[in-house]
Design a binder for this molecule. Structure first.
Ligand SMILES: NC(=O)c1ccc[n+]([C@@H]2O[C@H](COP(=O)([O-])OP(=O)(O)OC[C@H]3O[C@@H](n4cnc5c(N)ncnc54)[C@H](O)[C@@H]3O)[C@@H](O)[C@H]2O)c1
Length: 493
């Protein structure tokens, strides 16, 4: 199976635009087809929004963004694509026709997914010649930030297609959730729909305004859902006796007429007017863009907080970061660097939020960039996930940074690393951070690392093969002149 490099997005509204942004930001080339005359403008705004927030998602150097292209026809968009995501309006006959057309023009081993919120994949794939590679990949708005994507195959979808989609969506930082049995609404939308129906009744019958319904969610259950969902939270509500106690205690309430779930309020003009005008009042004249920015910043803050706890979406973010590091390191060593020269293994761009008020890169970002270079060197000598999982690592114990010139926002840079000395416990590095525009040195850093047993938290000699690789690297670089700045301390200027 060919790796996925080129993607097509068919239908580029809220969801298709979000997919285009997530894919481009993961370094993939994307061709978009949407007949709406305003589609390109809207997608470009969404990509701008997504780029701004994505640059804060992680400190790991992000891949070079892919190329976004707008195609004049569906056939042109999908030609040569390895992956197609259909995100057209939620109408079964339209989606069936589009999927048949995609199927007719895309290569036969391309993966084809639909963003449908609840249409059955067995029906959607019925006019396709290659229905085996089709499945639902149902995302959540904003697609470029939220990790969940529900995967649901139809009767003719192969398990291989589902496995391939799982792997791909994970690779772009998502959390695929495979739906065990095809059903209308899958999992998440059935739950959301239940809440939505109840919310409509509450407003229709004047028990609450739209804002009060939102408050009832965001100050209570909403906060805990992000961590544990519903079952685990209710288990905790059962105290020491857990789920059985919870069910015994609150089971009888299920028979009370608390909800109106089986009934749907009729969406009369009056009800629509009532909800729309209360909603206008709720947003208080603040525009859509501002709300989107607040939403994205809020989601990011929650995801990053959950990352420190290794919970839910935070765990997905942590895994994504580790896989991004591996990709960065694999890319930097792909060109087989010459070990007799300072190793050029890390490069990046000074992100706009890395600079202070005078447009100079903040000191801590120099340290971060040098540490990224150290990580790349460690990966180069063989400190990979397996080595780390074995309880081995190198820890930095000392750093001395010298600033020569200022790095400014959006400045491309690269770092080279010379290994000054090493033995089976120590690794002594010297980094130079260069401007990639004119190859001048912007800063240098000297670092000492010690090999540690991470479980015991103690220094321990590196494993034989590792020590051997380090010695070979020192020998290869032995002829390099020792940098003037090496061994300097603060104050000798
Ligand atoms: N909005 C959500 O929160 C959400 C969440 C998950 C999934 N979805 C699903 O994603 C899909 C798209 O929803 P949306 O909210 O982005 O809708 P949308 O109305 O914002 O976008 C649909 C886009 O499809 C385009 N389109 C119309 N006809 C087309 C055609 N023949 N070929 C290509 N493009 C065409 C439209 O111009 C529009 O830009 C639906 O299946 C929906 O159920 C929506």
């Amino acid at each position: 199976m060919t790796p996925i490099r080129r993607c097509a997005v068919i239908g580029a509204g809220v969801i298709g635009g979000g997919w285009a942004a997530r894919l481009v930001l993961n370094g993939l080339d994307v061709a978009v087809f949407d007949p709406h005359p305003d589609a390109e403008r809207r997608v470009r705004i969404m990509l701008e929004n997504a780029t701004r927030i994505f640059s804060k998602v992680t400190l790991v150097p992000l891949p070079e963004p892919g190329v976004l292209r707008f195609a004049a026809s569906l056939a042109d968009a999908v030609r040569g694509a390895d992956f197609v995501q259909e995100s057209a309006p939620e109408r079964e006959e339209l989606k069936r026709a589009l999927l048949a057309e995609i199927d007719a023009h895309v290569q036969s081993d391309a993966l084809v997914c639909s963003s449908t919120s609840g249409l059955l994949p067995s029906r959607l794939q019925s006019d396709m010649r290659h229905p085996d590679r089709f499945l639902v990949g149902h995302p959540f708005n904003p697609v470029y930030l939220l990790p969940l994507v529900e995967l649901c195959g139809g009767a003719r979808t192969t398990p291989e297609a589902i496995a391939r989609a799982q792997e791909f969506y994970k690779w772009i930082g998502m959390r695929p959730l495979v739906v065990r049995k095809e059903n209308d609404g899958f999992i998440a939308d059935r739950l959301l729909e239940a809440l939505w129906r109840e919310a409509l009744w509450l407003v229709k019958e004047d028990f609450a305004t739209v804002e009060e319904v939102d408050d009832a969610i965001r100050f209570g259950a909403g906060l805990r859902w992000a961590m544990f969902g519903t079952f685990l939270i209710y288990r905790l509500a059962g105290g020491e006796d857990g789920m059985r106690h919870f069910m015994a205690q609150f089971g009888p309430a299920l028979k009370l007429p608390w909800t109106k779930l089986t009934d749907v309020p009729e969406l009369t003009d009056d009800l629509i007017d009532k909800i729309a005008s209360q909603s206008d009042q709720q947003v208080g004249g603040v525009g859509l863009r501002s709300w989107e920015i607040r939403r994205d910043e809020g989601l990011l803050a929650i995801m990053q907080a959950l990352k420190t706890l290794d919970i839910g979406a935070g765990r997905v973010l942590g895994e994504y970061e580790r896989s991004l590091y591996t990709r960065v390191h694999n890319r930097s060593t792909a060109g087989k660097p010459d070990p007799s020269q300072p190793l050029r293994l890390h490069e990046g761009v000074v992100r706009p939020d890395w600079v202070d008020y005078n447009n100079h890169m903040t000191e801590s970002r120099y340290l971060q960039s040098f540490n990224d270079a150290t990580d790349a060197v460690l990966h180069y000598i063989g400190v990979d996930e397996k080595y780390l999982a074995g309880g081995n690592s190198y820890y930095t114990v000392e750093t001395h940074i010298m600033h020569r010139q200022q790095a400014v926002a959006l400045q491309p840079f690269y770092v080279t690393t010379q290994v000054l000395a090493a033995d089976d416990k120590r690794l002594h590095l010297f980094h130079r951070l260069y401007s990639a525009r004119d190859n001048t040195v912007l800063a240098t850093a000297e670092q000492m690392l010690l090999h540690v047993d991470t479980r015991a938290g103690r220094v321990r000699p590196a494993a034989d093969e590792m020590a051997e690789r380090v010695r070979a690297l020192v020998a290869a670089q032995a002829a390099l002149p020792r940098p003037d700045q090496a061994g300097r301390s603060v104050g000798r200027h």
